[in-house]
Design a binder for this molecule. Structure first.
Ligand SMILES: Nc1nc2c(c(=O)[nH]1)N[C@H]1C(S)=C(S)[C@@H](COP(=O)(O)OP(=O)(O)OC[C@H]3O[C@@H](n4cnc5c(=O)[nH]c(N)nc54)[C@H](O)[C@@H]3O)O[C@H]1N2
Ligand SMILES: Nc1nc2c(c(=O)[nH]1)N[C@H]1C(S)=C(S)[C@@H](COP(=O)(O)OP(=O)(O)OC[C@H]3O[C@@H](n4cnc5c(=O)[nH]c(N)nc54)[C@H](O)[C@@H]3O)O[C@H]1N2
Ligand code: SF4
Ligand SMILES: [Mo]
Length: 856
């Protein structure tokens, strides 16, 4: 690119593009979204330095969000270009370790199909079959359009009809997702959390009062029992666990309940390929064994006052005979849900031999308290998953592993502070607008969504599609969405196509023109989170919490803008020009540089100051509170990560954040939450449980217990159960335009390179007449997809397993077979029904749908 063609930044967010560059990028944009032509690197990068190849590069700190491990990284940067990625040795969580998908961030960064300039829709019709006919616009014009729409809604008293959707995020989210939505005057900031992992937080919250991801003390443990989690491939802290697992296998036994032979299962001592949906049954049968064998951990749970074990199969126990210590309700749990739940009972329904259930339970409990019951998404992201979540996690209570050496841990203390308050900037329109019911219908009778004990306390992400489509409770007239792709990533994603088509003004902030962008009126080119953005993260592992910093560390070839900070700042200015200056005043008055006291003058300063403000107590020596000692902002930027103090084992014993302060086998906390929800709707708890599709009635609803899985599809018509799982190389839904994803697909046990293959047990394949490499259709009660097949004994008979991640029809030239028209592979979410674990709000993925197969 010659000098006169380069783009130049023009003040407050507008960009000027010279005529030739504009024509070039409009051609590019046309190719991206118009013609279905193959997409490639049409626009040259900034002029290369004469010194390329001769200049020595340096390792610069970064943070990865390829999955929710949120590792601290270092990136080797030469002449403004990122060339290599490794773990940041300063992190006490992941250290120098990396998972295999970290490197794919480079392919994402330099993906030639990235959106390069803002683009505006010119086709007023919306639909899957409607080419949006995007044309490039300047940042200035794009922001003007957004500000005009917001002003119009506010003027008409319709500010609640504005909506903000977020997918993956950093903790800078509170600016775009939090305060901006509220200051405009809408209750509708809708996160992706319920299509992610809310079911997994439910059990730990209603037993030990912790709503979040646990960390596991794998280097000190003696037994690990995993439930549908695959920490060597997915789940969390993949980098750290991959590094530590050798030690773990030397010192501990590993058993895993999984319908497929995952990467972790392949290295485990015991693989338990139970029928999907029976984790709760296995967990209560194991609890039965632990109690009848007298193997519970007495220092935590307590004991019978006279020392005689009265947990005998089929017999009720008198609560007065037991003196409990740090737990609550073990006898009541036994009486309500365990006394008849023998391994023989579980064998009949789960397909796992009673002897294996007993053996695992005994060996697990003999390792107490250094025994981990590790809960993943498999057993809980199901229609009745809330109770499986409680049942699996309750085993940690029985063996005293909770908060203990070699057991499960919550989060260490950290000292980030978030952002300054904004109440004083809420005007009457905002105060009124935010009072409306939210578009995801949380808190209604059939959606208790009891995050942290509150009726309607959490999100029901996937339900928002129905709220929008049915205009229930009202119409959505404008929406901004970032780093999300809900019509691809949420079960029965086709519903989102319909919902998004209805929104008169939709803005998508994204790196790639994805399926979601297809329905947008404006597509805004975003920074890549790992190399181009300001922000910070928090995550735990290895007994520490770390706070990795995100910062721009490379030369950006185009004028990408940061979703969570730059865009709200620029929009605030535009709104101020139109007479509504509260957002802008909040930004300039409250986000002064903590070192100089200077107000931010532009979006770039705002982003850095905001990051400094939120993390100040980590790097400002005058405000030191704990953990790593860092000597100022410049040093923090150089190191790139702060680490907490080590984990204080047993500090929470007797002080758990439940109603009783104890580990609740009988959840007083859930009882109160359910009671309040029922009261709010003028009904009783049994009625709530009935409309929410649970089996429990009465007191059973307050203890961990087994519920039969709720599965869509008649077994006669749909003979196989569908098992969805993540690939080792899934960077959530964002890998499919990277060539390495296809080239290395067989990193997943049983999988096939360059294909999207459904994995069948050879026994089922023979019965169905399926051979390896066949082209098939998988049909469920809600949709159908096309893919290929492979045969593999690592799938439980009766199940078909297929990795999530392919089936994109609009993500880029490689992800789709024909951009905008034909997907490559099949998207599992097009066959999964939209159903929920209504107590947590979580979307159901597992043991949720039956399918039939048609050969093509
Ligand atoms: N069947 C099935 N469905 C699943 C899952 C599964 O295992 N199976 N997993 C679920 C889980 S756990 C989650 S968390 C959700 C995630 O689902 P979403 O929150 O919807 O996120 P992604 O699908 O990862 O899509 C993110 C989008 O952001 C854009 N993008 C990509 N990179 C960047 C970037 O660096 N910056 C910005 N701003 N934008 C970017 C692209 O448009 C991309 O499509 O998916 C869920 N969906
Ligand atoms: N490689 C990779 N790792 C990731 C991500 C990624 O995209 N790629 N995303 C990250 C994100 S956003 C999240 S939320 C976490 C989630 O990570 P996890 O909580 O570990 O959840 P999933 O990957 O959804 O777990 C699904 C697993 O359950 C199994 N399964 C299916 N049905 C059942 C069942 O009935 N019982 C049992 N026991 N197992 C069953 C599946 O085979 C699969 O292995 O992963 C993070 N880590
Ligand atoms: S993809 Fe996940 S595990 Fe791998 S480096 Fe990134 S955050 Fe860590
Ligand atoms: Mo997730």
């Amino acid at each position: 690119m010659k000098k006169d063609e380069s783009m130049t930044s023009a003040g407050s967010g507008g960009i000027e593009i010279s005529r030739r560059a504009f024509v070039k990028s409009s051609l590019a944009a046309g190719a991206v979204l118009g013609s279905g032509l193959s997409l490639s690197a049409f626009t040259p990068l900034k002029k290369a330095s004469a010194q390329t190849g001769t200049q020595t590069g340096q390792w610069l700190p970064a943070a990865c969000q390829g999955c929710t491990s949120w590792c601290a990284k270092q990136v080797y940067v030469i002449d403004g270009r990122a060339v290599k990625v490794r773990g940041n040795p300063h992190s006490k969580v992941n250290g120098g370790a990396s998972c295999p998908r970290a490197h794919m961030a480079l392919q994402q960064l330099y993906d030639p199909d990235r959106i390069k300039v803002p683009m505006k829709r010119t086709n007023p019709e919306k639909g899957r079959d409607q080419d949006p006919k995007f044309v490039p616009v300047s940042w200035d014009e794009a922001l003007d359009m957004m500000a005009d729409r917001i002003m119009e809604l506010r003027k008409k008293g319709e500010s609640h009809k504005y909506m903000l959707m977020r997918g993956r995020y950093t903790y800078m989210r509170d600016i775009l997702y939090g305060s901006m939505t509220k200051l405009i005057g809408s209750p509708n900031n809708i996160s992706h959390s319920a299509i992610c992992a809310e079911g997994e937080k439910f059990g730990p919250y209603y037993t030990e009062g912790f709503w979040g991801y646990r960390q596991y003390d794998v280097e000190n443990t003696r037994y690990i029992l995993l439930w549908g989690a695959d920490p060597l491939a997915a789940n969390r802290q993949v980098s750290y666990y991959s590094k530590a697992w050798g030690t773990t296998l030397d010192q501990a036994k590993v058993a895993i309940v999984e319908p497929r032979l995952s990467a972790t299962a392949a290295k485990a001592d015991e693989w338990i390929p139970a029928k999907p949906g029976y984790d709760g049954a296995l967990a209560v049968a194991m609890a039965h064994v632990i109690l009848t064998e007298g193997l519970w951990y007495k220092d935590f749970v307590g004991d019978f006052k006279d020392g005689e074990n009265r947990f005998i199969e089929g017999r009720e126990v008198d609560e007065d005979l037991f003196a409990e210590k740090h737990s609550h309700g073990v006898v009541r749990w036994w009486n309500l849900a365990l006394k008849d739940k023998t391994p023989q009972w579980a064998e009949k329904i789960s397909g796992v031999e009673a002897a294996q259930i007993r053996r695992v339970a005994v060996e697990f409990a003999e390792a107490a308290p250094r025994a981990i019951s590790w809960l993943g998404g498999g057993p809980v992201m199901q229609v009745r998953g809330g109770y499986a979540s409680m049942a699996c996690h309750a085993l940690n209570g029985l063996v005293g592993a909770c908060d203990n050496l070699g057991g499960t841990m919550v989060s260490n203390k950290e000292y980030t502070s978030g952002f300054p308050g904004y109440d004083q900037y809420l005007d009457d329109i905002a105060k009124k607008g935010t009072q409306h019911e939210k578009i995801d219908q949380r808190g209604r009778l059939e959606f208790p969504c009891l995050k942290k004990g509150k009726s309607g306390g959490g999100v029901i992400t996937n339900r928002a599609a129905d709220g929008i489509a049915d205009e229930d409770p009202y119409e959505i007239k404008m929406a901004i969405a970032y780093m999300n792709n809900f019509n691809f990533s949420a079960p029965h994603g086709q519903r989102w196509d319909k919902a998004l088509s209805k929104i008169p003004f939709l803005v998508h902030i994204t790196t790639n023109a994805s399926e979601f962008s297809w329905f947008a009126d404006l597509v805004l080119p975003d920074t890549h989170h790992m190399f181009e953005k300001w922000g910070y993260l928090k995550s735990t592992g290895n007994g520490y919490r770390h706070v990795p910093l995100l910062q721009p560390i490379i030369d950006m070839p185009f004028d990408f803008k940061i979703d969570e900070t730059e865009i709200p700042f620029l929009l605030g200015k535009k709104l101020a020009e139109r007479g509504f200056d509260n957002l802008h005043r909040y930004h300039v008055e409250q986000f002064a540089d903590p070192e100089t006291g200077k107000s931010p003058e532009d979006e770039k300063q705002f982003s850095e100051y905001a990051t400094k403000i939120a993390t100040r107590d980590l790097w400002d020596p005058k405000r030191y509170k704990g953990g790593d000692k860092i000597n100022g902002w410049e040093e923090f930027k150089k190191i790139g990560v702060w680490n907490s103090d080590p984990y204080p084992y047993r500090a929470r014993w007797g002080k758990m954040k439940t109603e009783t302060g104890k580990f609740e086998f009988y959840s007083q906390t859930l009882k109160t939450a359910l009671e309040n929800h029922a009261k709010k709707h003028d009904t009783n708890m049994d009625h709530v449980l009935e409309v929410c599709k649970y089996e429990a009635r009465g007191e059973l609803a307050f203890v961990p217990h087994h519920e039969e899985p709720y599965v869509h599809g008649d077994p006669e018509e749909y003979p196989l159960l569908f098992v969805d799982h993540k690939a080792r190389l899934n960077r959530e839904g964002r890998s499919a335009n990277c060539s390495w994803y296809y080239e290395l697909k067989d990193l997943d046990p049983g999988d096939v390179n360059y294909q999207d293959a459904a994995k069948f047990n050879p026994r089922d394949a023979a019965a169905l007449g399926i051979e390896k490499g066949d082209k098939i259709k998988i049909i469920s009660p809600v949709g159908e997809i096309e893919c290929t097949t492979t045969l593999w004994e690592g799938v439980r008979p009766g199940c078909v397993a297929k990795c999530y991640g392919q089936g994109h029809w609009a993500y880029g030239s490689r992800a789709a077979e024909v951009f905008g028209k034909k997907p490559r592979g099949g998207n599992n979410n097009y066959i999964l029904p939209a159903d929920y674990d209504r107590l947590s709000g979580a979307s159901a993925y597992y043991s949720t749908t039956r399918v039939k197969i048609v050969k093509l």
